[in-house]
Write a protein that binds this ligand. Structure first.
Ligand code: GUN
Length: 301
């Protein structure tokens, strides 16, 4: 039997509608979530990501600011800019788009963001809060938070489930493993992280009730590695070529996930497609974090 396709696109749209209503209610009480996205330089992929974030923020009803800075902005000036937004009471979320130009120390900049406005969840304080878990966790990083939402909304039981995470990046692998092992709803799983140093990758994957793949290797996970009925979350977005868009006639990237989707969907119980799976959830969770931040700053939670 063919797997249920978990549409991140549809689930993200549903969450955005929920957020729109929440923001409308907040506005009645005089609170407008504020988000600033800072872009240094003109990296085309970054422009596209930031434009998407701004568009969504406007649609949901945020006070949303796009702060474009030149490629040669001095590191000290970027730190001053971050400090300005740290102090701005109308701003509840600060996002510095990565990557930054080479002359700027990314770590220094991320560490300068007020952890209570760090809606990306990248600041070491928020990484620590996530690790401690429970009420401590404030802003979960957006992609892992989106993955958890997909698993829960697809109706998979996580408590006691065998979760195998392929990949140990700071942005996806490590945080999603931490999220899934916490006590509480949508988690409480038995978690294994596998990586390039793991022996018997295949054997670990075969045990997974929930298999989360974030390796950045197209087609790494073979269909025979999937336990029948498992939930498969493919985080890989690999550019494997280009094609002409039927809609616009422009050249667009051909994207492929880390899982051999066509074959895997005949074995898995549910699976995310690439594109349209995890991707649309990332921006949505950024919006959710910003709403949460505005509520915390306004003493509403
Ligand atoms: N560049 C690519 N993805 C991201 C993201 O989620 N946050 C930031 N700040 N930069 C990125």
């Amino acid at each position: 039997m063919s797997a249920t396709i978990i549409s991140g696109k549809d689930i993200a749209a549903q969450i955005r509608e929920e957020l729109k209503k929440e923001v409308a209610e907040m506005k009645e009480k005089g609170v407008v979530p504020g988000l600033v996205t800072i872009l240094v330089g003109k990296n085309p992929a970054s422009i596209s990501y930031v434009t998407g974030k701004q568009k969504t923020a406007h649609e949901i009803g945020f006070n949303s600011i796009q702060d474009d800075q030149p490629d040669d902005l001095a590191e000290a000036d970027l730190l001053k800019l971050v400090e300005k937004y740290n102090k701005d009471t109308k701003i509840h979320g600060i996002l510095v788009q990565l990557p930054l130009p080479k002359h700027i120390d990314e770590k220094k900049v991320l560490n300068a963001i007020d952890p209570d406005k760090d809606v990306d969840g990248f600041h070491p304080v928020n990484v620590g809060r996530l690790m401690i878990g429970g009420n401590e966790a404030k802003f979960l990083p957006c992609t892992p938070a989106g993955i958890q939402e997909l698993i829960v909304r697809a109706g998979f039981e996580t408590a006691g489930a065998e979760v195998v995470v392929v990949g140990r990046s700071n942005i996806v692998g490590k945080p999603i493993a931490n999220i899934m092992l916490q006590k509480g709803k949508g988690a409480n799983a038995t978690v294994t992280i596998v990586h390039t140093g793991t022996k018997n990758l295949e054997e670990h994957c075969k045990r997974a009730d929930i298999l989360i793949v974030a390796a950045g290797v197209p087609g790494l996970v073979k269909p025979e590695w999937i336990k029948p009925g498992a939930c498969v979350i493919d985080v890989g977005v690999n550019r494997v070529g280009e094609k002409k868009s039927e809609k616009t006639g422009k050249m667009v990237a051909i994207l492929r996930g880390d899982v051999d989707f066509d074959a895997a969907k005949e074995i898995a119980g549910a699976i995310t497609p690439v594109p349209g799976g995890v991707g649309p959830m990332t921006i949505t969770m950024l919006m959710k974090n910003t709403v949460k931040s505005a509520k915390i700053h306004a003493g509403m939670v």
